[in-house]
Ligand binder design. Structure first.
Ligand SMILES: *[C@@H]1O[C@H](CO)[C@@H](O)[C@H](O)[C@H]1NC(C)=O
Ligand SMILES: *[C@@H]1O[C@H](CO)[C@@H](O)[C@H](O)[C@H]1NC(C)=O
Ligand SMILES: *[C@@H]1O[C@H](CO)[C@@H](O)[C@H](O)[C@H]1NC(C)=O
Ligand SMILES: *[C@@H]1O[C@H](CO)[C@@H](O)[C@H](O)[C@H]1NC(C)=O
Length: 468
C-alpha cells in the first residue's frame, strides 16, 4: 500500500536562525494535519481498490476472510475427588487451559487437536465432495494413501514443469529422548519431497536427501538433527539448491547445511555445513527476491535475534554482508514473503515444541530496519490466536492469480509422537491499514495489515490460477 509520506529531513529554519519558535510550531501543526489527511485519503483509496479487485474477480475471495470462531470448552476434571484429598489441597489448582490440554497426551480433548485417521484429508477419495478442501490439523494423506511427511517444510514452484514441490522433514520414526534433559526427537531419516499441480493432492517423490546410516562423523548421521529444509532454483547454474538447519542432538553445532540437485525431485548431493558469518544458526529459511538475489535468515546468538544476509550468486554460500534484526526479541521459525515491493515476515517465539504467539514484521528494504506489526491471527478463539492455531510458522507461499493472498504453512507439532505432527495451512491476506502505529518514528507505514484467517474447513476460490 502506497500510503507513505515522509517527514522532510530539514525543518524550515535551523537552530540559530532568526525564525520565531511559533512559526516552527505552526508549520509543524499544519504539516501534521496534512499528514493525517494524506494518509486517510491514501488508505481509503488503496483499500477501496484492493477490495474491488478481489470482489470483482473472485466472488469467493471473501470466504477466505470470513472470521470463524471456535467455541471449544475445556472439559471438567474427570472423576470426583475424595473429600480428604480436597482438604489436603490448600489452594485450588489453576484451571486447565486449552494449551494444557493440547500438551497433555492423555487429554480427553486430544481428538480436537489431532483428529484420527478416519477424518484424514484423502486425495485417493477425490471423487467425493471433499476434494480440494483443507482441514487444518487433520492427517493429510498423499496420493498413495500414506500420511505426508514434510514437517518444517517449504514449497518451491517449478516454472518449467508447472509443478509445486513440497520439501520437509521426513519424521516417520519413533519419538524418544536422547537423554533426560534432551528434547523429544526422531532420528534423521531425510528430506521428504512431494509434488502437486493443485497444492492439495500430493504425490510422494521419495526421500531426496537421506540420512547417513553408518558414518558417525557425518552431519547427516541419523543421531544428529536436520530441520527446516528449503529449496530454491538458481537460474544461472540451473541447480536446485537446498538449505537446512544441521545440528547435533543437543543443538550445540548450530550450523546450516547446503545440498544441490539438477532436478527438483532429487536426489540432492550434500555439500557440507558451516556457521554462517561465523555465528550460531538454528531455525532458518531462505528467500529468493524478484531480482534473483537470495537471502539466508537465521536465529542466532542463542535465538535472541535474527540474522539476515544475501547468498552468493550460486546460492551455495553466504556473502560477507549480514544484518542483525529483531535484536533481543527471541524469534524463530521465520517465513518471508513480499507484496507490492514490501517485505513481510512471520515468526514464532521460542518455546520448543509448545505453540506460542506469531508476530508479523515488515520492512521496506529486506536488510531492514524491520518493524514488528503485531499478531496476524484472526478467528478461532483467544487461545487459538495466541498459539498460532496451535502451530508454528514454516513457510508463506504466494498464490498466483490472487494478488495479496498467500498460503500460510505451519506445523502443529506433536511432541508425544513427532511423526504425527500435523499441517495447518490457512489463507494469509495482506490488505488494509495496520492496527498499530510505528514504533520508531511518526512516519506512516508503507505496509498493510497481515491477516491469517482460521478455518476449520476451507478451499481456494474455484478458478484460482494455479500457475504464474
Ligand atoms: C456430493 O454432494 C451432493 C449434494 O450436495 C450429493 O448428492 C452427492 O451424492 C455427493 N457426492 C459424493 C460422492 O459424496
Ligand atoms: C565420514 O564423513 C566425514 C564427514 O563428511 C568424511 O570426511 C569422511 O570421509 C566419511 N568417512 C567415510 C568412511 O565415508
Ligand atoms: C548431549 O548432552 C548430554 C548431557 O549433557 C551428553 O551426555 C551427551 O553426550 C551430549 N550429546 C552430544 C551429541 O553432544
Ligand atoms: C563461504 O564464504 C566464506 C566467506 O564469506 C568463506 O570463508 C568460506 O570459505 C566460503 N565457503 C565455501 C564452501 O566456499
Amino acid at each position: 500500500m502506497r500510503n507513505k509520506y515522509r517527514k522532510p529531513t530539514t525543518l524550515p529554519c535551523n537552530a540559530g536562525s532568526r525564525c520565531s519558535t511559533s512559526l516552527v510550531l505552526w508549520s509543524l501543526l499544519g504539516f501534521l494535519l496534512f499528514l493525517h489527511l494524506y494518509s486517510y485519503i491514501c488508505n481509503r483509496d488503496t483499500n477501496g481498490e484492493e477490495s474491488r479487485l478481489h470482489v470483482s474477480h473472485h466472488p469467493q475471495f471473501r470466504e477466505l476472510q470470513e472470521v470463524e470462531e471456535e467455541n471449544i470448552q475445556v472439559p471438567p476434571p474427570k472423576g470426583k475427588r475424595s473429600p480428604r484429598a480436597e482438604k489436603r489441597r490448600p489452594k485450588p489448582k489453576r484451571p486447565t487451559t486449552l494449551i494444557d490440554e493440547f500438551l497433555d497426551e492423555n487429554s480427553q480433548m486430544r481428538h480436537v487437536f489431532f483428529p484420527g485417521l478416519k477424518r484424514a484429508i484423502d486425495p485417493t477419495q477425490a471423487a467425493g465432495n471433499d476434494s480440494y478442501y483443507y482441514y487444518p490439523g487433520r492427517i493429510w494423506l498423499d496420493t498413495d494413501g500414506n500420511p505426508i511427511q514434510a514437517h518444517g517444510g517449504g514449497v518451491l514452484y517449478d516454472k518449467s514443469s508447472r509443478t509445486y514441490y513440497w520439501y520437509g522433514e521426513y519424521k516417520d520414526g519413533p519419538t524418544y529422548h536422547a537423554h533426560k534433559k534432551g528434547a523429544a526427537r526422531v532420528d534423521i531419516i531425510g528430506v521428504g519431497c512431494y509434488s502437486s499441480k493443485d497444492l492439495w493432492s500430493w504425490k510422494h517423490e521419495g526421500i531426496v536427501l537421506a540420512a547417513e546410516e553408518t558414518n558417525e562423523t557425518h552431519d547427516l548421521h541419523k543421531s544428529n538433527v536436520l530441520e527446516r529444509p528449503k529449496v530454491i532454483y538458481n537460474e544461472k547454474s540451473g541447480k536446485y539448491v537446498m538449505w537446512m538447519h544441521v545440528d547435533d542432538a543437543n543443538y550445540t553445532k548450530a550450523a546450516v547445511g547446503v545440498a544441490i540437485s539438477d532436478t527438483p525431485d532429487g536426489p540432492f548431493d550434500y555439500l557440507g555445513s558451516h556457521r554462517p558469518h561465523g555465528y550460531e544458526s538454528r531455525d532458518m529459511t531462505i528467500f529468493k527476491d524478484d531480482d534473483g538475489v537470495a537471502y539466508l535468515i537465521y536465529s542466532s546468538e542463542d535465538n535472541s535475534e535474527l540474522h539476515m544476509g544475501p547468498l552468493t550468486e550460486d546460492y551455495l554460500n553466504v556473502t560477507s554482508v549480514v544484518r542483525r534484526i529483531l535484536v533481543g526479541q527471541r524469534r524463530e521459525a521465520p517465513a518471508l514473503f513480499k507484496h507490492h515491493g514490501i517485505y513481510y515476515m512471520i515468526t514464532s517465539g521460542c518455546t520448543g515444541w509448545a505453540p506460542n504467539e506469531a508476530l508479523a514484521h515488515a520492512a521496506e528494504s529486506i536488510l531492514g530496519p524491520w518493524e514488528t506489526i503485531g499478531n496476524p491471527c484472526i478467528g478461532g478463539n483467544k487461545m487459538f490466536r495466541v498459539t498460532t492455531f496451535f502451530a508454528q510458522s514454516t513457510f508463506v507461499l504466494p498464490l498466483p492469480g490472487l494478488p495479496g493472498s498467500f498460503m500460510f504453512m505451519a506445523d502443529r507439532w506433536n511432541p508425544a509422537d513427532l511423526r504425527d505432527s500435523r499441517y495447518v495451512w490457512l489463507p494469509l491476506i495482506v490488505a488494509g491499514p495496520v492496527d498499530q502505529p510505528l514504533e520508531y518514528s511518526f512516519e506512516f507505514p508503507l505496509w498493510s495489515r497481515v491477516s491469517i484467517y482460521w478455518h476449520r474447513k476451507w478451499r481456494l476460490p474455484q478458478g484460482w490460477s494455479r500457475f504464474k
